[in-house]
Design a protein around this ligand. Structure first.
Ligand code: PLP
Length: 361
């Protein structure tokens, strides 16, 4: 029995309208009929009032703490419709554990892993008609937690709200994997030693937005951040990890040593690389080494990875004093085959030999 009490939507989106919305949803714009809510209070009450309610506006006082001091964390994962009609999620327990680590870093209460899993199952069960079935489509799940106490003062909130909303999403790249251009920001940083880089929190994203704007201004789709100490080593993109494929077939990626987010996609892809008998090296990667490697041919492919797009091939790296092509304008061979293998597992087309998927419905 789920501990999330269901309050059904009195007027859910009619089936015909829903079908039209599921046709070609633009990422993050369409939401299902319901959402999860639970509340936490300091002083012993803990987590209570676990509910599944109609999706709709929140009523917040202007003094709501999160709006002023950004005490907030979130997660992002997907539910996939399998050929047998079941709906599965991918390594959701890893997201639950990361959500708890992020909460700890932001002085928020941890949500028990079981409640996180239960909340996803409850929402996907009730809104299962919203899980699209087309190739590359899924239901994006967005659990988040924020300081909901109405209090303008700097301390951890005494009231916290947990929510999960769900959004049907289409294939990220409609015409197949297309390489993107990356702007390397050599001036701004998203995270520093001892900061919140390893937590999935809105504040990290806020810190990345001016860089993202600069990337657009330079004709790039995404931004790559360097370490905040010397600005010489790769860290990650605004919302994706970065992986470098060497011409000898080995793979290098920056270590998760506190300033970057430990991506579930990153760790899954690295495992698939190891399964192929290729070498994975988690080590600091210098920008100078990468640029030299691209020019000499020692670096064969570069890709970014995260739940939303799974794998994003990088076709160009630009910065204040360089502009270098990666590969020949097409996605790299290993990049493509890792994308096919991981999505094959997520959608039930390939054997799940690591036990990464769980049935929700
Ligand atoms: C969420 C996120 C990622 C990717 O993590 P996944 O678990 O693979 O989705 C990478 N970097 C940042 C900053 C993120 O917020």
């Amino acid at each position: 029995m789920s501990r999330f009490a269901i309050e059904p939507h009195p007027s859910p989106v009619p089936a015909e309208e829903r079908a039209a919305l599921l046709e070609a949803p633009v990422f993050g714009t369409v939401f299902t009929d319901h959402m999860v809510r639970a509340t936490w209070r300091a002083g012993g009450a803990g987590w209570h009032d676990h509910r599944l309610v109609p999706y709709g506006p929140l009523e917040l006082m202007p003094a709501t703490s999160a709006l002023h001091y950004a005490q907030e964390v979130f997660e992002g994962l997907k539910a996939y419709r399998w050929p047998d009609g079941s709906i599965r999620t991918f390594r959701a327990a890893a997201n639950a554990e990361r959500f708890a680590r992020s909460a700890r870093r932001l002085a928020l209460p941890e949500l028990p892993v079981a409640d996180f899993m239960d909340s996803l199952a409850a929402l996907v069960e009730v809104d299962q008609a919203w899980v699209p079935a087309g190739p590359g489509t899924s239901l994006y799940l967005r659990p988040f937690m924020f300081a909901s106490e109405s209090f303008v003062g700097v301390r951890a909130s005494h009231e916290v709200s947990y929510l999960v909303i769900a959004s049907p999403v289409g294939a990220y790249f409609k015409g197949g994997l297309a390489p993107v251009s990356i702007w390397v920001d050599q001036r701004h940083h998203r995270a520093g030693p001892g900061g919140t880089g390893a937590a999935k929190c809105g504040g990290n994203y806020a810190a990345s937005l001016v860089s993202q704007e600069q990337a657009y201004a330079h004709g790039c789709e995404q931004v790559l951040f360097l370490d905040a100490v010397a600005a010489t080593h790769l860290e990650e993109l605004g919302g994706m990890n970065v992986v470098v494929v060497m011409a000898d077939g080995s793979v290098a990626t920056p270590p998760t040593s506190g300033t970057i987010l430990e991506g579930v996609t990153r760790s899954s892809l690295l495992q698939l690389v190891r399964d192929r008998g290729l070498e994975v090296v988690e080590r600091p990667v210098e920008l100078a080494e990468l640029l030299a490697g691209l020019r000499s041919g020692a670096v064969a492919e570069v890709f970014a990875c995260g739940t939303a797009a799974v794998v994003t091939p990088v076709g160009r790296l630009a910065g204040e004093d360089f502009d270098v092509a990666v590969g020949d304008g097409r996605p790299g061979e290993l990049t493509m085959s890792l994308y096919d293998e991981l999505t094959g597992i997520q959608y039930g087309r390939l054997e799940d030999r690591h036990g990464w998927t769980q049935r929700l419905v």
